[in-house]
Design a protein around this ligand. Structure first.
Ligand code: AMP
Ligand code: MG
Length: 349
């Protein structure tokens, strides 16, 4: 099992890879499982006596939340909301909670995160893979249908509705929220050490079984092989990356990625190749990785300065290869071998 796990981890470098995770595992019993959900491979590793139960419960939760939150599954609550023609739709507590928190984060980020950017995601062909570059007139129309403030949520009745011409998706926050939910569930079971690799999201529960921090690799956006350019050390935190290399298509020499600028209804072009957000709240980390990618480095750093209450740190990798890391990472981020000459600016508050 452990040998297989090491191989799987090596194969998952494209996500936020977790490094030398196997070394710390030697003395502790563990269970691991690979789950394909939310369009990505998820690798769960849980340590300790509750490992088996933890994995089983986590797998069920992943499947349940995917069924509720998928934008493309015609039985999901999000699909129903998008096709309800302006009517109120009943929500499960899980969907109500993630929508409520996400809409708050849309507001906090000034709409850089906007769940209703899904119309743009669709116009560019991302859900189907039939990629296209829409014309200016179409883009203006799509941009007019992006406005998270139009989403109505009645928390008492656990219902939501949105105008007929709008649609939303949870792609920017679902895996972060999932990591948070799984982490809470595992802790309730008594688990003190687990590693949840949820595509580009890594959620750590506690520290490694030997008490040391997890080492999570930050991918070099320019590396074809998914090599990592730095390592961040964390315990009981989420590490979430949004990057233009994760999902994109190219046309006429131009790269179009899956993260949309809600103002233009077009792929964000803010001068960064990736943004990694690290913090104790997985939902915040996921929401902000997307929002800060849209904002770019300068506005993103300003946002970090303005919002200490959100309790997060960030790594910006600019298109010219330079890095900016926020002050809280100064002691926890190191460049990998082969990247020692990279320019890294530590941003102070
Ligand atoms: P992430 O990988 O977390 O950055 O999320 C990207 C996904 O969120 C995309 O695949 C879209 O489904 C959706 N999305 C794209 N742009 C935005 C945006 N500006 N705000 C909210 N969701 C978005
Ligand atoms: Mg995100």
């Amino acid at each position: 099992m452990k040998g297989r796990l090491c191989l799987l981890l090596a194969g998952l470098l494209a996500a936020g890879a977790v490094l030398t995770g196997c070394a710390g595992a030697k003395s502790a019993s563990s269970e691991s499982s690979q789950v394909f959900a939310m369009d990505t491979v998820m690798l769960l590793t849980v340590y300790g006596d509750q490992a088996k139960e933890g994995i089983d419960q986590a797998t069920q939760t992943i499947q349940k939340l995917e069924k509720l939150w998928s934008a493309t599954d015609e039985t999901s609550e999000i699909w129903t909301l998008n096709h309800s023609e302006g009517d109120w739709v009943d929500l499960s507590p899980e969907t109500e909670q993630v929508l409520s928190r996400s809409l708050e984060l849309c507001a906090l980020t000034g709409g850089a995160l906007d769940l209703t950017a899904y119309s743009a995601v669709q116009a560019w062909g991302f859900p189907t893979g039939e990629y296209r570059v829409p014309g200016a007139e179409e883009l203006a129309q799509v941009a007019a249908s992006i406005d998270y403030t139009q989403v109505e949520l009645n928390e008492q009745a656990s219902q939501a509705r949105l105008p007929e011409n709008m649609s939303l998706d949870l792609g920017a926050v679902a895996k972060g929220r999932l990591g948070e939910v799984l982490s809470q569930q595992l802790k309730e079971l008594g688990v003190t050490s687990a590693l949840l690799e949820l595509g580009g999201n890594v959620q750590t529960v506690g520290a490694k079984p030997d008490g040391s921090k997890w080492r999570v690799g930050i991918q070099d956006p320019a590396s074809q092989e998914g090599g990592y350019l730095g390592v961040v050390q964390v315990a009981d935190q989420a590490v979430v990356t949004s990057g233009d290399y994760q999902r994109y298509f190219e046309q006429d020499g131009q790269r179009y990625c899956h993260i949309m600028d809600p103002d233009t209804a077009s792929p964000a072009q803010s001068g960064v190749d990736s943004v990694t957000v690290i913090g104790s709240d997985g939902t915040v980390c996921d929401a902000l990785s997307t929002a800060l990618f849209v904002m770019g480095e300068e506005k993103g750093i300003q946002f970090w300065k303005d919002h200490p209450e959100l309790n997060f740190e960030a790594i910006f990798i600019a298109q010219d290869g330079t890095l900016a890391v926020t002050a809280g990472l100064a002691d926890n981020f190191t460049l990998a071998d082969g990247y020692q000459n990279r320019e890294v600016t530590v941003m102070e508050r």
